[in-house]
Design a protein around this ligand. Structure first.
Ligand code: BGC
Length: 267
């Protein structure tokens, strides 16, 4: 890591259903400061097993112990604690991810929802860079992740992938996994996305909608089929967005100290 001021480096880790990926991030540019490392997610993906794999990923980089580590997790993460488990092992619910991983790694850890991290990464360094308005990030993958960033401030855990639309949990109709499973054409899938984004737009009136997830590399196939009020654009950081956003949030968290679990009781 020579040539980098250590204060501008944080490590981002993306915990996904199939892989655990990590890279040190240069926070002045949002670029990876070393090649990304990926290790398959252990099965079953229990907290203890995942913590060991995350430690392996972190151990592959030579980083000072005070380097902040930002971790993305595909569920509601409230003050470091997993509160839901739509597409991950249910044993995560109630787990304090920050405590678990800071003990396993010996680094300060900030844990955030995966879409929140990706949206924040896009606002800092990607498709929504410099946006001062309301940015809605959506990730289309196994599920649908959403993030709302208002004037640069992340409003955590929006979870609009689970909106009930026409009697369905939205992600069970419009995620990329559903497109694949049901063998939908781009046009058929775009009809479902049109309905989904139309409802989101009526609720939130975003200034910009960013679409991430692996399928966003094929954005030309489906984004031009959508007719929305706000511009809808592909994510620029692609699958690096979560790692980069989590690293940035970790650096900020480390600078401002832990967030009180219950703001009403904090002095
Ligand atoms: C989860 C979200 C997550 C999204 C993408 C949804 O099923 O509820 O927390 O952000 O999947 O992984």
């Amino acid at each position: 890591m020579s040539g980098h001021d250590k204060t501008s480096i944080a490590l981002g880790i993306d915990i996904g259903g199939s892989g655990i990926k990590g890279a040190p991030v240069d926070l002045t540019t949002g670029a990876f400061a070393a090649d990304r490392v990926r290790i398959p997610t252990p099965q079953p993906s229990t907290p203890a097993a995942v913590a060991r794999t995350v430690a392996q990923v972190v151990g592959s980089f030579d980083l000072p112990a005070d380097t902040p580590v930002g971790v993305t997790f595909p569920a509601v993460v409230q003050h470091g604690v997993a509160r839901s488990a739509a597409n991950v092992d249910v044993s995560w619910i109630g787990t304090n991810i920050e405590l678990l991983l800071s003990e396993a790694l010996g680094h300060p850890v900030v844990a955030v929802n995966d879409a929140d991290a990706a949206g924040y990464g896009e606002v800092l360094y990607g498709a929504a860079r410099g946006s001062r308005g309301v940015t809605l990030m959506t990730t289309l993958g196994t599920g649908i992740g959403t993030a709302l960033i208002v004037a640069g401030v992340l409003v955590p855990n929006f979870e609009l992938g689970h909106l009930t639309i026409d009697g369905y949990d939205a992600e069970t109709r419009a995620s990329d996994a559903v497109r694949d499973r049901e063998n939908l054409s781009w046009e058929q899938w775009a009809e479902r996305l049109q309905r989904y984004y139309g409802v989101l737009e009526d609720l939130l009136w975003p200034d910009l909608i960013v679409v991430g997830g692996g399928v966003s590399k094929n954005y030309e196939k489906f984004l031009p089929l959508l007719h929305l009020r706000a511009p809808i654009v592909p994510a620029q950081l692609r699958n690096a967005a979560g790692i980069v956003g989590a690293a940035a949030l970790a650096a900020q968290g480390a600078a401002s100290g832990p967030v009180p679990a219950d703001p009403r009781t904090s002095a």
